[in-house]
Write a protein that binds this ligand. Structure first.
Ligand SMILES: [Zn+2]
Length: 70
């Protein structure tokens, strides 16, 4: 899990209102890792399921968003 207290103590984050640029990248990286782990932990039987396709699609959309916003 992410330790959010360090962001609360960061003056740059306070100025930015949420996360400063450096910490935003950190938070996004950890969210990406969690999403990837979720996909990797799915059983092989699930790979043809609509839920699997939905998760993969969501992950790809997130990548697209992250890569254009950074
Ligand atoms: Zn910060």
């Amino acid at each position: 899990m992410v330790n959010y207290t360090k962001y609360l103590r960061c003056t740059e984050c306070q100025k930015a209102g949420l996360y400063c640029t450096k910490h935003r990248v950190e938070v996004e990286m950890s969210l990406k890792k969690r999403a990837i782990m979720k996909v990797l932990q799915m059983r092989d039987d699930d790979h043809q399921s609509p839920r699997y396709r939905h998760v993969i699609k969501g992950l790809l959309e997130s990548y697209n968003m992250w890569n254009t916003s950074l």
